[in-house]
Design a binder for this molecule. Structure first.
Ligand code: GLU
Length: 547
């Protein structure tokens, strides 16, 4: 077979050579050990937690080593593409602190290793496709869908492995004349790799997450170029990651199955093989068993979910770090005030089987993160969230900033800050009662007759003095308690509840309910200080009127 002639026949327009491309995309001038890696998503419009897990791994590896993180858009499957998906992806990842140094941008490219959208790289793939044909390592295949289906059926009937390999590789050794005839007839073709591998050969391979793997050689003549001249993932991966000078490929472990082919392809193309970081899937507990997070069943897979719930970015970030590197939590305990980027991230600490996503844990992490913020920060983030997801609440927060900040300052600072909030969505249920519109009518425990509640409230109104400190305030509550025959001795009450009609805790609850509408609230003394005497007593008066 005259491979030169075949290459010319298939790629008459390709005049560039691999050597020219090597020169055009030079080896990066970076310090020893600098990691060049990328995110290579398909623009489907759905940005999920898995993207963040991979993105963060790639970002940490690149930036921690003084390397480069770039974005390559894998848009070879035009059918799956959603308009605006690239923008959504860039913005979402940026929101979570992942900034690309290079790659596809909203309106073009940033960097000299582009273009960074695969559909714009067709001519580059063809240069290497032509080279492979010239070397006898790739050939055109004119099989129709029907022929491939028939082949598969036969293999299934024979209980053989399915695929285009060995004796089933129908176009592997056809003559130039046969190929020419098909081309002349305008028959569509794909370009296939001529595999010299054998499934009876195995070799060792080191993955940065999975560790030592035993790999079986590939014997399938996989497709390199589809009939429209657009590459498959495999071929594009090899060409792109070589020309973009990727040192580490961070990707999902669903690609492990075709890794043998990728290794083979890099070798055939005479490319240096990058290091691989194959990340396991995100799992969750479902009853007593683990399963993969699924787009269909688990709303928490979508990153939009966390935004809508109002998890601060920092909380999601910290949580992802805890699931990526098991030692992150210990480090965080020892270094509560450091930026997470100061933590030494290692891909070797990833769980090879995939990380377990635990919503309750995320909530804990988030409570911690929010508890450490100052009231001004909480106010700003809450307002930003509310503007998008609860405009009515946002208007109230914005109308009187000082009031809102004073509320949000309750229990903040100090050694043991309160941990009331895990999300911004929880803020309204927590503090809404401060705003008259959100105040609910109290429902008093039926155990107590209305007259008792009324007496307590009347006595409280009569005695309330906003200049009292919290101790004096509580003294008055105790006095009321004794006056109505309830006890202030909680120990005695616990020992024999039947001996007392009620306690100081009940009295406090009546007042709390009258002021806040709820049985639970932050420190009532402080709540009343923030509300002010007039509003507090007005609220109580309104409740008295209903009793
Ligand atoms: N487009 C591929 C994916 O989304 C990229 C995998 C890779 O990073 O190489 O799975």
């Amino acid at each position: 077979m005259d491979y030169q002639a075949l290459a010319q026949l298939l790629f008459p327009d390709v005049t560039d050579t691999p050597e020219m491309l090597e020169e055009k995309y030079p080896v990066r001038n970076l310090p020893e050990g600098a990691v060049v890696t990328r995110m290579a998503p398909s623009p489907t419009g759905f940005v999920h937690l898995g993207n963040l897990v991979q993105g963060l791994t790639a970002e940490r590896m690149a930036h921690q080593s003084g390397g480069v993180l770039f974005l390559r858009v894998e848009d070879t499957d035009a059918k799956r593409e959603v308009p605006g998906a690239v923008e959504v992806l860039i913005d979402t990842l940026k929101h979570y602190g992942i900034q690309f140094d290079e790659g596809a941008t909203h309106d073009g490219d940033n960097g000299i290793y582009g273009p960074y959208r695969q559909r714009q790289r067709a001519n580059l793939y063809h240069v290497y496709a032509k080279k492979l044909v010239e070397q006898g390592m790739a050939y055109p295949c004119f099989c129709t869908e029907q022929e491939l289906a028939a082949m598969r059926e036969k293999q299934e009937a024979n209980k053989e492995t399915t695929g285009y390999y060995g004796k089933y590789a129908m176009w592997r050794d056809r003559s130039l004349e046969e190929i020419q005839a098909q081309l002349d007839a305008g028959a569509p073709w794909v370009l296939r790799f001529r595999s010299e591998g054998s499934i009876s050969n195995q070799f060792k391979f080191d993955d940065l997450v999975k560790g030592k793997l035993t790999i079986t050689e590939n014997d399938v003549d996989h497709v390199l170029l589809k009939s429209d001249g657009i590459p498959t993932y495999h071929f594009a991966h090899a060409v792109d990651d070589h020309l973009m000078r990727t040192t580490h490929v961070v990707r999902g472990d669903e690609w492990l199955a075709t890794l043998p082919f990728h290794i083979q392809l890099f070798r055939a193309l005479d490319f240096k093989l990058p290091k691989y970081v194959h990340i396991g899937p995100l799992m969750k507990m479902d009853g007593t068993s683990k399963r993969k997070l699924s787009k269909r069943k688990d709303p928490e897979l979508a990153l939009t979910f966390y935004k809508a719930e109002g998890f601060p970015v920092k909380a999601v970030y910290e949580y992802i770090m805890t699931i990526l590197n098991s030692n992150f939590e210990d480090w965080r305990r020892a270094e509560p005030d450091k930026e997470a980027t100061e933590f030494k991230f290692s891909p070797k600490k990833l769980n090879p089987a995939g990380s377990l996503f635990d919503y309750a844990k995320l909530t804990d992490v988030s409570k911690n993160v929010i508890s450490k913020m100052d009231a001004e920060t909480v106010y700003a983030l809450l307002l930003e969230w509310a503007l998008e997801f609860d405009p009515d609440f946002a208007a109230k927060l914005a109308a009187d900033k000082d009031f809102a900040v004073a509320i949000l300052a309750i229990g903040r600072g100090g050694k043991k800050p309160r941990k009331d909030l895990a999300t911004w969505k929880e803020a309204k249920p927590y503090m809404g009662f401060f705003y008259d519109d959100y105040l609910e009518a109290p429902v008093f425990d039926e155990k107590f007759d209305k007259a008792t509640v009324k007496t307590v409230l009347e006595k409280f109104v009569a005695s309330y003095d906003p200049t009292d400190d919290s101790a004096a305030w509580f003294e008055k509550v105790k006095e009321i308690t004794t006056a109505i025959g309830f006890t202030t001795d909680m120990k005695a009450y616990k020992a024999d509840p039947a001996a007392f009609p009620g306690t100081v805790a009940d009295v406090s609850t009546f007042i709390r309910q009258a002021v806040t509408g709820k049985t639970n609230s932050p420190d009532l003394y402080t709540v009343m200080q923030i509300l002010g005497k007039e509003r507090s007593l007005e609220r109580i008066a309104k409740v008295i009127a209903t009793l």
